[in-house]
Design a binder for this molecule. Structure first.
Ligand code: MRU
Length: 349
């Protein structure tokens, strides 16, 4: 089963809030419910929320009672605005919605039902391409993994964060499928525990050796010389290579540089936002402090205590050894290499 898919006229997704305790699917028949599922992280991870929003827009087209093309386009634009507002940092969300709207307004379609069918096909194409792209990134990135390595990984970047297979965890999966033997240390990733709950659940199923570590232990293992490689994902990469990823990534990057450990992000070109010159322009989501004070509804301090909860941080490009994309590994200067990667994408679509 894919993390998100179209099923019987509805958007079906794994409820990631319930992993690892139960594998529960939710079927959504309203695009607003898809936006809510993105916002409350029923579905999360940059490529997964992009695909979910694309299916959400296909759903909006099916929900709309418009009988004219103009009427349907008006409904679609309202749905697009609503879906894009669900989470601000991962550019894959806006990228997927804009790709769907660009198709809808391309002028080639003559009647609303044709447009409804076309949008569903396009959402399915986005989902299928995500899986294929992840496998290609896995093949490129697996060359970075060597027998005997211990790899540090932050957050969840696996099948659950994508439609299937994963980005940074996809590289780990590809290396495992190639028969390489290595060990993974999973940052638990406070406060939503994507590393402890989701990445560990995935590696359990794949049979990859791992240990969950407190986020605060990463420096300890680096200092002891135990970590040979750091692999993380990305939610948005600016033209100069600065990138936003799950909160805590910046600290890991600085520690990796101090300890001379290669540090890579693995991300499809849909995560590139070359309109932004640097990471300072990336909008950073601030989530409800309740996620810190009472993770998953379990209070760890009295509810009137104060907390802040930034969901992402920005890692400057100088900490990056490279960016693994579906077209190969981009190296510094990223202003040049990332432009080339986007050029490869344009040439293939
Ligand atoms: O808040 P989340 O769980 O959606 O954050 C996810 C991450 O930060 C991932 O590292 C990123 O989306 C890349 S996943 C392929």
């Amino acid at each position: 089963m894919r993390t998100v898919e179209w099923h019987d006229g509805k958007v079906r997704m794994i409820d990631q809030k319930r992993i690892p305790w139960e594998l529960l699917y939710v079927d959504l028949s309203d695009y607003r419910a898809v936006a809510t599922a993105i916002a409350d992280m029923t579905v999360r991870g940059a490529p997964a929320i992009g695909a979910a929003a694309a299916f959400g827009l296909a759903l909006a087209a099916h929900e709309s009672r418009a009988t004219t093309l103009d009427g349907l386009l008006t409904d679609l634009r309202a749905a697009a605005t609503h879906l894009k507002a669900a989470r601000p940092t991962a550019v894959n969300l806006a990228w997927a919605v804009e790709r769907m709207i660009a198709l809808a307004t391309s002028g080639e379609i003559r009647n609303p039902d044709d447009l409804r069918a076309l949008l569903l096909e396009e959402a399915q194409r986005i989902a299928d391409q995500d899986v294929e792209i992840n496998r290609r990134m896995g093949a490129h990135g697996a060359a970075l993994v060597h027998d005997g390595d211990t790899i540090l990984h932050h957050c969840n970047t696996g099948a659950l964060a994508t439609v299937d297979y994963g980005t940074a965890l996809g590289v780990i999966r590809a290396a495992h499928e190639q028969g390489k033997r290595f060990h993974v240390l999973l940052d638990e990733t406070r406060p939503r525990l994507q590393g402890a709950r989701l990445s560990a659940w995935e590696l359990e199923q794949l049979g990859v050796a791992y240990d969950i570590i407190p986020d605060t232990a990463a420096g300890y293992y680096m200092q002891r010389g135990e970590i040979k490689l750091v692999l993380v994902g990305a939610d948005r990469i600016a033209a100069n290579g600065d990138f936003a990823n799950k909160i805590g990534t910046y600290a890991v990057a600085v520690l990796a540089k101090e300890n001379q450990i290669p540090f890579y992000t693995v991300a499809p070109t849909s995560t590139l936002d070359l309109a932004l010159n640097s990471g300072a322009e990336i909008p950073i989501e601030e989530r409800d402090p309740a996620e810190v004070l009472a993770p998953f509804g379990n209070p760890i301090v009295p509810p009137h205590f104060h907390a802040r909860n930034p969901a992402f941080d920005v890692t400057p490009h100088r900490y990056l050894s490279g960016i693994v994309t579906e077209f190969g590994i981009a190296h510094a200067p990223f202003t040049e290499s990332l432009k080339r990667m986007v050029g490869f994408r344009r040439a293939t679509t």
